[in-house]
Design a protein around this ligand. Structure first.
Ligand code: UGA
Length: 439
């Protein structure tokens, strides 16, 4: 989010200095290389480096001296007790306060629990007082709504820009977004706590839709309904709409899982019953076992010694991010059951290798074909990459024979599966399909 925001702000004509403590990452960026898989980012990065609007450094003082607006995009990962880990944000703001040599506006883009803006503002101004500095630091909440894989577009064509803070203090940050506002992007100003809560509420609402439709798919599975039809029927009600009602193997990524848990935790701390937020999380955890449950059912609980192919490791297509991906849950469970795995993802292989470590039971394949090249007893599809969706069903039939496909992304139309004569095809919330199923 930091890199995308910086590159986009540079594109809007601002002079942006980016700081990171990771020296290798900064060195890579200075050479114009993009360290993450994100659509259009490598090109934008190069452009803005060449234009001189974007600078990278590991020296925080450079950034503090450069601007009165300091945007914070550090991570706020979940702690074991589900609270957000605010250590990075507090460490950074302590340093900004130490080195501030004028009034400043600190803009928090990181997702932080409601009330954090207040705590940070107090923390920074107390530090200024202790050093007898006559300056003042205002903390503004400016949450981002970028989706990985589409982040540049989401930044430049945002549905809205949310700014939370004291109305008299937010003018400079509104000016930062003026070009987007002139192009019609609405800006919504509100209190800081409302902005902080809006971010969590938006993510929890989207996660809620996914868990809701996934739970409906479990009912569909039991009664032989078809979620393609149910979704079409539901979505044509304009009050419901079609977004975020795609069934699958549960939501992953660095945002929904941790944000829903952190919001539930905050509710509990505030003595608010968090039953709905807990349910969103619980349904999601169950859904991540979808492929394992189907494999156990198909192989009558005998998975030991089987070889399973895995297509897709990223938590969704368009990214190399594997954080909280269903693929990792599936692979860890399958390894526990004593299976051999042949896995492939077009961009997330190195992240998955780092996460799972060297394991002789995993063969890291070079392509989707390569997964099927040696015999596999079943194929699990974990990420809906176009590469998999467009894969030849004739080829799948030839390579797999009667080995089942567990398609956790509903990549194929059931009618196409039928026509291609696939042996066994399991998908989420749709009847089991294939030659054998029809017998
Ligand atoms: C999410 C939000 O969509 C962004 O608005 C927000 O800015 C971001 O979190 C954040 O807080 O930074 P992201 O995590 O990139 O963005 O991914 P999404 O596209 O929202 O997908 C999240 C997960 O939900 C993925 O695993 C995806 O496969 C799953 N999903 C999504 C479904 O299972 N069904 C759907 O219908 C949609």
């Amino acid at each position: 989010m930091g890199l995308v925001s910086a590159a986009c702000l540079a594109k809007l004509g601002h002079q942006v200095v980016c700081v990171d403590i990771n020296e290798q990452r900064i060195a890579t960026l200075m050479q114009g290389e993009c360290p993450i898989h994100e659509k259009e980012l490598p090109q934008l990065l190069k452009e803005q480096l060449e234009s001189g609007h974007l600078l990278f450094t590991t020296n925080l003082l450079d950034a503090i001296e450069h601007a009165t607006i300091q945007m914070i995009t550090v991570g706020t990962p979940g702690l074991p007790d589900d609270q957000a880990d605010l250590s990075q944000i507090f460490a950074l703001t302590t340093q900004i306060a130490q080195h501030a040599d004028r009034d400043m506006l600190v803009v928090i883009k990181s997702t932080v629990p409601v009330g954090t803006g207040h705590d940070i503002e107090k923390h920074m101004n107390d530090a200024l007082l202790r050093t007898d500095k006559p300056h003042r630091i205002d903390v503004i909440s400016n949450p981002e709504f970028l989706c990985e894989g589409n982040a540049i577009h989401d930044f430049l064509h945002a549905d809205r820009i949310i700014i939370g803070g004291d109305l008299q203090r937010i003018t400079p940050i509104i000016a930062v977004y003026q070009t987007l506002v002139d192009r019609g992007v609405p800006i919504q100003c509100m209190s800081r706590v409302s902005a902080e809560l809006t971010k969590y509420a938006a993510n929890a609402m989207l996660a809620c839709k996914i868990s809701f439709i996934n739970q409906i798919s479990q009912i569909a599975d039991k009664i032989g309904a078809n979620m393609d039809e149910v979704q079409a029927g539901m979505s044509s009600d304009h009050r419901i709409g079609s977004h975020f009602l795609q069934v699958g193997m549960g939501y992953g990524g660095s945002c929904f899982p941790k944000d829903v848990r952190a919001l539930a935790k905050k509710a509990k701390v505030l003595q608010v019953d968090s039953c709905l937020l807990d349910a969103i999380n619980n349904v999601n955890n169950l859904q991540k076992k979808w492929a394992i449950d189907r494999l156990l059912q198909h192989f009558k609980n005998q998975l030991q010694g089987l070889t399973i192919g895995i297509w897709g490791l990223a938590f969704k297509p368009g990214t190399d991010d594997i954080r909280e991906a269903s693929s990792i849950v599936v692979m860890n469970a399958l390894l526990q059951y004593g299976t051999q795995l042949r896995v492939y993802d077009p961009v997330a292989m190195s992240n998955a290798r780092l996460c799972l470590g060297d394991n002789h039971a995993i063969t890291w394949c070079d392509s989707a074909d390569d997964v099927l090249f040696d015999h596999v007893d079943a194929l699990v599809i974990d990420t809906a990459w176009d590469l998999f969706k467009n894969y030849s069903l004739d080829r799948l039939r030839e390579e797999l024979g009667m080995a089942p496909i567990m398609d956790g992304c509903n990549c194929f139309d059931l009618s196409e599966i039928r026509q291609a004569g696939i042996g066994y095809y399991y998908s989420v919330g749709r009847p089991i399909e294939g030659v054998v199923a029809e017998l």
